[in-house]
Design a protein around this ligand. Structure first.
Ligand code: ADP
Ligand code: MG
Length: 239
């Protein structure tokens, strides 16, 4: 609608795609679990940033996203909120011994994975939502054990994940959401084939891709992965 367009223009949000929900002006209007709202507040996230205002409602209705926004704009929270919502909902219906990974976040470096997992723990506190870190530098046995204990989210680097997946039989069919963070950086580092390998092993219904910029290769890869892609760009004047 006209109102949506005005709001997007004001927030410098540009959107390509069909039936994308309007930006939300508060976390409270996203219909999130009460506990998640409380955790956002306790983390100091009182108001959503523009990328969160648009990407959260779009992800919550199941859109495949390619999101670009500059570094420091709050992209992590914008994928963790829908992901925690989904995991907490499904996980609460399963007994502990039947809990399986429901979502995966791929990031290019160990440090970034640690940061993402830390924020996931803060925002998911008190919800049926556990995380496992799969990165180089720590023993694989411990990471495998952690996954087998019944976690909801795997956060890892592509290299270590492929290493783990090729050596061990891990249940992946249960994973329904895949986030690829810093896609531009991933492609620069030559992770394209590894990303596709993980993507094919998962066959997830929803993919969220995040990038500071959208070079042609990034848009190409995104379009090759999913049929209906919604592209959200923050900070560029609306066309
Ligand atoms: P990006 O991934 O876009 O580079 P981050 O997700 O790392 O950005 O977030 C940058 C900083 O902003 C972090 O310190 C994060 O805690 C903070 N932040 C994110 N969302 C909010 C918010 N809604 N309110 C206040 N601070 C936020
Ligand atoms: Mg980031």
């Amino acid at each position: 609608s006209n109102q949506t367009e005005q709001l997007r223009r004001k927030l410098m949000i540009s959107v390509k795609g069909e039936n994308v929900p309007s930006p939300v002006l508060s976390f409270a209007s996203c219909n999130l679990p009460q506990k998640l709202l409380q955790n956002l507040e306790e983390t100091g996230f009182e108001m959503p940033t523009p990328v969160q205002m648009q990407a959260i409602p779009a992800a919550l209705v199941g859109k495949n996203l390619l999101v670009s926004a500059e570094t420091g704009s709050g992209k992590t929270c914008s994928f963790l909120v829908p992901l925690i919502c989904y995991c907490a909902k499904i996980s609460s219906e399963l007994p502990q011994d039947q809990k399986k990974p429901l979502a995966m976040v791929l990031a290019p470096t160990r440090e970034l994975c640690i940061q993402v997992e830390e924020q996931a723990k803060l925002l998911g506190k008190g919800l049926p939502f556990k995380t496992a870190l799969v990165v180089g530098g720590d023993a694989m046995a411990g990471q495998l054990y952690r996954i087998q204990q019944g976690i909801s989210l795997i956060v890892g680097t592509p290299g270590r994940l492929i290493d783990l997946l090729t050596k061990h039989d891990i249940e992946l069919d249960s994973i329904s959401m895949l986030v690829i963070d810093e896609v531009d950086c991933m492609l620069e580092r030559g992770f394209h084939e590894q990303l596709m390998q993980i993507y094919r092993a998962l066959s997830v219904p929803q993919v969220l891709m995040y990038s500071a910029t959208i070079p042609t290769e990034v848009e190409k890869m995104a379009n090759s992965m999913v049929k209906e892609l919604t592209v959200i760009s923050i900070g560029k004047p609306n066309k």
